[in-house]
Every structure is written in structure tokens, then in C-alpha cells.
Design a protein around this ligand. Structure first.
Ligand code: ADP
Length: 183
């Protein structure tokens, strides 16, 4: 994973790479409400983690979340064979044009993951660009929300000490930096 930019005094890192290789404590999965896997980063995480992750997700569904994970909320599991120890699953909004509550739901995803990480004492956490793949959220609009939520949370809390935004390509990282002005 390659660091592109450091923000918030080095506590917010913009990086390019495959989130499944993150060597910190936790990664966020841009999951869906069903929690039983999917395409994109969700599929990559389940493939890299192995069947233990799906088993844990099934257990969460049958005990804590029989109706699935509500949009904008987060739930943590172990990480199977991944290098990190925890996966925090969140269900981002599907983009329907921006007037169906998508910005609030996306902001809520970031906050819920960060709050869960803090509650678990997690020092470092990596996020993919939630909702910007199959769910169609425009990258620049999503970037502003992610930047604002991470910045506010880091300034108000000591944990997590380090948040990494992992982009799958340099073009995606550049789009984030463009949208946020690199600040
Ligand atoms: P969503 O359904 O929330 O839109 P996707 O997985 O389709 O989720 O896409 C979310 C983002 O994750 C996209 O920007 C995509 O480029 C990125 N992505 C896909 N695979 C990986 C990976 N292995 N590591 C980091 N980011 C990834």
C-alpha cells in the first residue's frame, strides 16, 4: 500500500492499494444490508479472509441482525485470514440522485465505523471509498463527506489514532484529493 498524502497531522492517510493487505488493526467493508458477501471490495475481502468471515457474518445475521444491517450502521466481526484482526461492515447508500437521504446515510456510515472502532479501542482503521463502486455515489461528493466526517471525528477523539482512506487506483486517489483540495 502506497501513501499519497497525510492530513490531520498525519492521522488521516490517503493511500493507494488493495485494502485486504492493510496491516493495521481493522478494515471497513463496504458491504450491503444482507452481510453475506457481494462484488467489489466486499467480494475481495471475503475471498482474502476465507470462509471464517462468512461464517461470522451468518452468525451475526441469525443473532444480532435478523433483518440485516440497516443503511448507515456498522457491525464488527473477526477477519479470518486477513492480516488485520477486525472487519467493520457498513451498508452504504445506493445513489438515486442525491435527494433520497444518501448524503446523510453515507456520513452516518463513516461515523458509525469510527465510533465502533473507538469503542473497541482500535488504533488504526482503513476505509474503502464506500458506495462509490456498484452503488454509484459520485466520487467527488463522496470524498467531501468522507473527509469531513473523518476530520471531525479525529479532532474530537484520540482513537482511532490513524485512519487510512485506501483507493484502488491512483486516479481514484487523485479524484479524492481534487475534490477536497488536498486539505
Ligand atoms: P459499493 O457497493 O459500496 O459501491 P464497491 O465495492 O462496488 O462498493 O466499491 C467501493 C469502492 O471500493 C470503489 O471505489 C472501488 O474502486 C473500491 N475497491 C474495490 N476493490 C477494492 C480493494 N480490493 N481495495 C480497495 N478498494 C477497492
Amino acid at each position: 500500500m502506497e501513501t499519497i498524502l497525510e492530513l490531520e497531522g498525519g492521522r488521516l492517510v490517503i493511500a493507494v492499494g488493495d485494502i485486504t493487505s492493510f496491516d493495521g488493526i481493522a478494515i471497513v467493508n463496504a458491504a450491503n444490508s444482507g452481510l453475506l458477501g457481494g462484488g467489489g471490495v466486499d467480494g475481495a475481502i471475503h475471498r482474502a479472509a476465507g470462509p471464517a468471515l462468512l461464517e461470522e457474518c451468518r452468525a451475526v445475521r441469525s443473532t444480532q441482525l435478523p433483518e440485516g444491517l440497516p443503511k448507515g450502521q456498522a457491525v464488527a466481526t473477526g477477519a479470518g485470514k486477513l492480516r488485520c484482526g477486525r472487519v467493520i461492515h457498513t451498508a452504504g447508500p445506493v445513489w438515486h440522485g442525491g435527494h433520497s437521504g444518501e448524503p446523510g446515510e453515507l456520513a452516518s456510515c463513516y461515523r458509525a465505523c469510527l465510533e465502533l472502532a473507538r469503542a473497541e479501542g482500535i488504533a488504526s482503521i482503513a476505509f474503502p471509498a464506500i458506495s462509490t463502486g456498484a452503488f454509484g455515489y459520485p466520487r467527488s461528493a463522496a470524498a467531501l463527506i468522507a473527509r469531513e466526517q473523518a476530520g471531525a471525528f479525529l479532532r474530537a477523539n484520540e482513537l482511532p489514532a490513524r485512519v487510512v482512506f485506501v483507493f484502488f487506483s491512483r486516479v481514484d486517489a487523485a479524484a479524492f484529493i481534487d475534490a477536497t483540495g488536498g486539505r
